[in-house]
Design a protein around this ligand. Structure first.
Ligand code: AR6
Length: 180
């Protein structure tokens, strides 16, 4: 499903983020900006050596990317022109600031998109795989922080959440449907 937030289409779809044709896709990265499993592995394989070299340069320059922050590289061999590498929190039970870190990570990715005049962007479900964030809570935060951002700042034409599994798709759809 999708909703119009000001001039932006905010939508949820089921699919593989590496195949998206939005100008930017977001990677569920780790702080070292090294390849890993799941989305990160898939994006690094599809992005290829140029994207990995850019990650290595950022690592050399600033030591990586802490949780809650995001950095931008080209998309390498991907269809997307840019990859925003966003580091979400590792879930440790919910009392260690995980929600704030997740919100900041989404906000910083959206800010980077605006700074680079990116018009269309796709997010995966950050932190809900290897990092263990319960998807119900994470989806509510992801949708609400994005919606709040779009209500405040114009410039983005399309923001998509791309979910791999039918169950994750259902949960995000529900979060979008019920968000105020
Ligand atoms: N397209 C869209 N979603 C996908 C895809 C895909 N191709 N593949 C998996 N997912 P995760 P995290 C979903 O673990 O929890 C990495 O190893 C998947 O089903 O990729 O933020 C990094 O190196 C899940 O729902 O991200 C980090 O160390 C969601 O993407 C760490 O894992 C996120 O799962 C980051 O963990």
């Amino acid at each position: 499903m999708e909703k119009a937030i000001g001039e932006t289409r905010l939508g949820v779809l089921q699919g593989d983020i590496t195949q998206q044709t939005t100008e930017a896709i977001v990677n569920a990265a780790n702080s070292r900006l090294l390849g890993g499993g799941e989305v990160n592995g898939a994006i690094h394989r599809a992005g290829g050596p140029r994207m990995m070299a850019e990650c290595a340069r950022i690592r050399l320059r600033q030591g990586g990317c802490p949780p809650g922050e995001a950095v931008l590289t080209s998309g390498g061999n991907l269809k997307a022109k840019y990859v925003i590498h966003m580091v979400g929190p590792i879930w440790r039970g919910g009392n260690y600031g995980e929600e704030t870190v997740l919100r900041n990570a989404y906000l910083n990715s959206l800010r980077l998109a605006l700074a680079y005049k990116i018009k269309t962007i796709s997010f995966p479900s950050i932190s809900t795989g290897a990092y263990g964030y319960p998807i119900q809570e994470a989806s509510t935060i992801a949708i609400s922080v994005t919606k709040e951002f779009l209500q405040q700042y114009a410039g983005l034409a399309e923001v998509w959440f791309v979910l791999f599994s039918p169950e994750d798709f259902r949960v995000y759809n529900e979060a979008l449907r019920t968000c105020q």
